[in-house]
Design a protein around this ligand. Structure first.
Ligand code: NAP
Length: 244
């Protein structure tokens, strides 16, 4: 059988990079998507050096038409699309009373609207292939809410409703859709935490450390596997045991 084709958004760094490396190691052909071409090329070279296969594709996920085009072009090029990991995300934090309309809209646009468009575009090739694994990267903020993150938490909570709906619509066709909701993971997104903040956060985490991209990638790898076909519409929290 030809390799399964997996799109991973936000693959240039952080969690998405870890997911791309892991899916390539699992034997998938990875289409690594983000805006930074140089970082994507470096990732693909690393995957190739490790014996895997990957290609880079730049796309600004804030542009809905570009998202639609990207998914269609990947599916046409390979004649299939098996796995879609919507990982890319941004934060524009601020307390409710100070949050601008633009900061709300930007976060909804990249973190939620692009995921809707990607899922819609992926449905056709997945239905044709009678197989699909959609994994959307949420956040504990979307499950519990978080101070200073009304925009981000709303987008991530919306992602759960979107994913459960997709799961229900496509479940009988061999297509699953699930959310992986990370807690604190060491990436650029959490780089604002100083050493003291990290120490404090870790005191509240049951396993006593921040997460790594590999921790999240392991959960995605499971949900994207052929034999995970009986798990759908779920939110898998991967937070090391973090009471919010
Ligand atoms: P990160 O290190 O900031 O990386 C974000 C990724 O998203 C980058 O690859 C970036 O690539 C891409 N991206 C951002 N805006 C984009 C756009 N408009 N178009 C295309 N790509 C875009 O973040 P991370 O920590 O790995 O987070 C990954 C996911 O996990 C996000 O959905 C985040 O909400 C979620 N998450 C993270 C944590 C955490 O603690 N880190 C916790 C819970 C959930 P370019 O800049 O190259 O475009």
């Amino acid at each position: 059988m030809e390799k399964r084709v997996a799109i991973v958004t936000g693959a240039s760094r952080g969690i998405g990079r870890g997911i791309a490396m892991r899916l390539a190691r699992d034997g998938r052909h990875v289409v690594a998507v983000a805006r930074n071409a140089a970082q994507l090329e470096a990732l693909c070279a690393e995957i190739a050096a490790a014996g895997g296969s990957a290609e880079a594709r730049t796309c600004d996920l804030a542009d809905g038409q570009a998202v639609q085009r990207m998914v269609e072009e990947v599916s046409e090029k390979h004649g299939r699309l098996d796995i879609l990991v919507n990982n890319a995300g941004i934060t524009k934090d601020g307390l409710l009373m100070r949050m601008s309309d633009a900061d709300f809209d930007d976060v909804i646009n990249v973190n939620l609207r692009s995921v809707f468009i990607a899922c819609r575009a992926a449905a056709r090739p997945m239905l044709r292939g009678k197989f699909g694994r959609i994994v959307n990267i949420g956040s504990v903020s979307g499950v519990e809410g978080n101070k200073g993150q009304a925009n981000y938490a709303a987008a991530k909570a919306g992602l759960i409703g979107l994913t459960k709906s997709v799961a229900k619509e496509l479940g009988s066709k061999g297509i699953t859709a699930n959310v992986v909701a990370p807690g604190f993971v060491e990436t650029d997104m959490t780089a604002f935490l100083g050493p003291d903040d990290k120490k404090k956060v870790c005191e509240h985490i049951t396993v006593g450390r921040l997460g790594t991209p590999e921790d999240i990638a392991a959960a995605v790898s499971y949900l994207a596997a052929d034999d995970a076909g009986y798990v759908t519409g779920q939110v898998l929290v991967v937070d090391g045991g973090l009471p919010m």
